[in-house]
Design a protein around this ligand. Structure first.
Ligand code: DAH
Length: 351
């Protein structure tokens, strides 16, 4: 028993020493205090065991236990003191968090939170379009199948639905509610709710059942544009896109429209801009074409006007939609879009 106790005391000392070395918070250290020398601590418990030690050995073991107790206590308290001092290097300590934050921000401005790059980009886009005379509208992220597809000239089971891998919600009638796959359904809501003419942009979060990669996210952001008025033509669309491109990226970046297909516009176009990485010379990012695709656009399909009760004989319009995350990626030459969805402080604090 005596030998055992001897060994136990030594083992506990080593254990305590190792745990103190690993502890890096005041809470950890408080826990260690109670674990080893608190009322029910392992060293405290051994004191009751002393009763079973033969009287001749009791003083020696007692002394050993006492010393172990004191040294473990001192080791933990020393570390607590050291940690407190390092935390309190700022004058006011952390009692008043606002004071602490203000002090941190003068030492390292990046340490204080700021708007995420995607939010900053959204605000700049909104500002750019506001200056061009557009209003800003929003719509819900949980949409009906009707707004997200049907009213946009994509009937149920239409093969064009394959363009958007959709998260359907398990509520109400199956396959009637979903997470919007693009911001285009907001066009429908705006045309239903607002009076004509319409000059609006609609930013927001969208969702697709996609595997994220360097150029795609499953949760991402788009900005939609919609103009409905009398006498709107394709050249208004081209002019608007080019004005926006130059306002946002600078005068040396051009835009172009190439034929494409979208069910809700006719004719439809893909909207490309000069590659911002190589400024049009050709590089790996733009597959040596000098151009990067930003989004889709086109003249609003008469079927879409009919779905919301606008007379396509009297009114015409154009629409466009593009990825905000993609835009931020282009503007800041980000190699991997997934960085926008992760929360790596070192990455985020650069913007
Ligand atoms: N909603 C389309 C998408 O996410 C992009 C788009 C294409 C929007 C053409 C438009 C448009 O408004 O006219 O793939």
């Amino acid at each position: 028993m005596t030998e055992n106790l001897n060994q136990m005391i030594e083992n506990i000392k080593v254990d305590a020493h190792n745990k103190v070395a690993l502890a890096d918070s005041l809470t950890d250290l408080d826990d260690l205090l109670s674990q080893f020398i608190g009322k029910k601590g392992s060293l405290t418990n051994l004191k009751t065991e002393l009763r079973n030690v033969t009287p001749d050995l009791r003083p020696t073991i007692g002394k050993q236990l006492n010393e172990a107790f004191q040294s473990v206590k001192a080791e933990i308290e020393e570390k607590i003191e050291a940690l407190r001092t390092s935390i309190n290097t700022f004058d006011g300590g952390f009692e008043d968090l606002t004071v602490g934050l203000a002090q941190i921000s003068t030492i390292n401005p990046g340490l204080v939170g700021h708007m995420h790059l995607v939010s900053q980009t959204t605000l700049i886009l909104e500002d750019t379009f506001l200056r061009m005379g557009f209003s800003i509208e929003e719509g819900p992220e949980i949409e009906t199948d009707w707004h997200n597809f049907e009213a946009l000239n994509i009937p149920p089971s239409h093969p064009a639905r394959g363009m958007w891998d959709t998260f359907y919600l398990d509520t109400q009638v199956p396959e009637t509610q979903l997470l919007r796959t693009h911001t285009s359904p907001v066009q429908i809501r705006v045309m239903q709710a607002k009076s004509l003419p319409i000059y609006s942009v609609m930013p927001g979060r969208c969702y697709r059942r996609d595997t994220p990669d360097a150029r795609h996210l499953a949760t991402f952001h788009q900005i939609e544009g919609l103009v409905v008025d009398k006498g709107i033509t394709f050249s208004h669309l081209a002019g608007t896109i080019d004005t926006f491109t130059k306002a946002y990226f600078g005068e040396d970046i051009n835009s172009r429209l190439r034929p494409a297909f979208f069910p809700f516009t006719e004719p439809s176009a893909e909207f490309e801009i000069t590659c911002t990485i190589c400024r049009g010379k050709g590089c790996r990012t733009c597959s040596n074409t000098g151009w990067i695709e930003l989004g889709g656009a086109g003249m609003v399909d008469p079927n879409v006007f009919e779905a919301v009760g606008i007379d396509p004989e009297e009114y015409s319009g154009f629409a466009f939609g593009f990825g905000i995350d993609r835009l931020a990626q282009m503007k800041h030459s980000l190699p991997d879009m997934r960085q926008l969805a992760e929360h790596d402080f070192r990455f985020l604090s650069q913007f």
